[in-house]
Design a protein around this ligand. Structure first.
Ligand SMILES: Cc1cc2nc3c(=O)[nH]c(=O)nc-3n(C[C@H](O)[C@H](O)[C@H](O)COP(=O)(O)OP(=O)(O)OC[C@H]3O[C@@H](n4cnc5c(N)ncnc54)[C@H](O)[C@@H]3O)c2cc1C
Length: 386
């Protein structure tokens, strides 16, 4: 390759994307004795449109990689601990008191915090404000050129952790968006919302928007994160304007209208895509692995994806270390990563997809689920298993 002017930086592993998945992958490699770079096009701190709710299991995964993580995360100014959820449906409310807590943290702060943990606990070289151009794989390994910069990165292995519009997935796995398995989602922050408790998340179902819920999650700064998503297929098929549908939700839900009557929106209503794990597709190949949203691992029922981004980040990091131990970066050797994803993540995603299909074809099943949740034993089962 003609690169007379550009510097060539040589690594063992190059991770593209410093979101929750990419940062976790760097942490999973911290003791592997490998030279690792993480490249992100954004300047941190940067925002990412999200509901910002994280399950306890997610924090547990990071704590397996860095034992100090849980205490540092809980002490971090930005984290709220969620212990209860109020579910609103057809003028009834079901209160869940969880046995395991979950957390909210604005992504502006969370992703910067995660990257600071990478800086503190690993030797990963971090390149932000750096956008990959062409990515090529040959027998020698991976070459990444940059947009607007002559520098070239070379590595044995590349990890695509670059989210819903992953350039790694497009270039190396020829991934294209499938509207049947993709959510369009929007969120806005509000202040002065009535009856908000800092440890209670709330969700509102409305039968007009089959299969969907509007979330109201308290976040740091006396704000609530409010959002809503719909399948992209429905958005285009039924010609729905997602932003209008969001504001419409307040009008058609009397309990929301009351709750938000003195509320003030802070900042714009913003949207982003969620690639759903109801159709995962290619997750690895010669010298590459995909994880998180780049691998379409968000839950088809809830739309959440941070947990699987973090879990797949750990699994990809662990498999990368195995590749170096075996000096094998072949497509065939990567199948072990695919199989682990299947076992640890995709089987659960498929179960959620089945539930999503049932609820979509038989919307009255939602009434049945609500009715059943009123029974103490069933509620207790849900509270201890979610
Ligand atoms: C409205 C909405 C609400 C959501 N709510 C929740 C929720 O409450 N809980 C939950 O768990 N999940 C939620 N999700 C899903 C969640 O946001 C994602 O699943 C999660 O962020 C995926 O993490 P990731 O690390 O794979 O990718 P991202 O978080 O998207 O990180 C990707 C990183 O790659 C960088 N990048 C992108 N393209 C390039 C490129 N070409 N070159 C270099 N760098 C690049 C980006 O700057 C970013 O830093 C929500 C999503 C949406 C849209």
């Amino acid at each position: 390759m003609d690169n007379a002017a550009g510097e060539v930086k040589i690594f063992d592993v190059v991770i593209i994307g410093a979101g929750p998945g990419g940062s976790t992958c760097a942490l999973a490699l911290r003791n592997a004795g490998l030279k690792v770079a993480i490249i992100d096009k954004a300047v941190f701190p940067r925002d990412k449109v999200c509901g910002e709710l994280m399950h306890r299991k997610t924090v547990a995964t990071l704590t397996r990689l860095v034992p100090e993580f849980e205490s540092e995360f809980k002490a971090f100014a930005g984290t709220l601990i969620m212990k209860h959820t109020k579910v609103h449906y057809k003028k009834t409310v079901i209160n869940f008191d969880w046995e395991t807590e979950s957390y909210t943290c604005p992504r502006l702060k969370l992703d910067d915090f995660l990257l600071s943990v990478v800086k503190k606990y690993s030797d990963t070289e971090i390149y932000t404000d750096t956008t990959p151009g062409k990515i090529t794989v040959d027998e020698a390994g991976v070459t990444v050129t940059l947009k607007n910069d002559e520098t070239i990165f070379q590595a044995k292995l590349i990890i695509g952790a670059d989210g819903a519009q992953s350039t790694v997935a497009k270039q190396l796995a020829q991934k294209v968006m499938d509207k049947k398995h993709y959510l369009g989602a929007v969120r806005a922050y509000y202040k002065n919302v009535k009856d908000i408790k800092n440890d209670v998340s709330e969700v509102f179902f409305n039968s007009r928007y089959n299969l969907n819920y509007l979330w109201v999650f308290p976040v740091d700064g006396n704000l609530v994160n409010v959002g809503f998503g719909l399948l992209s297929n429905d958005i285009s098929g039924k010609k729905i304007n997602l932003k209008e549908a969001f504001y419409d939700y307040f009008k058609i839900s009397p309990e929301l209208a009351d709750k938000f009557k003195d509320a003030e929106q802070v900042g714009p209503l913003e949207g982003f895509g969620v690639p759903l794990g109801s159709s995962v597709g290619i997750t690895s190949g010669n010298s590459f692995m995909l994880l998180g949203d780049a691998a379409s691992l968000s839950n088809p029922l809830s739309g959440t994806g941070m947990g699987n981004a973090i879990l797949s980040g750990m699994l990809a990091g662990q498999h990368a270390a195995k590749c170096f131990a075996a000096n094998n970066f072949s497509e065939e050797f990567m199948k072990e990563y695919d199989n682990t994803l299947q076992k640890e993540i995709i089987n659960d995603l498929m179960a959620s997809y089945k539930a999503q299909r049932i609820l979509s074809k038989m919307p009255y099943m939602l009434d049945v689920v609500f009715w059943l949740s009123k029974f103490k034993r069933i509620k207790h089962y849900i509270q201890s298993h979610v």
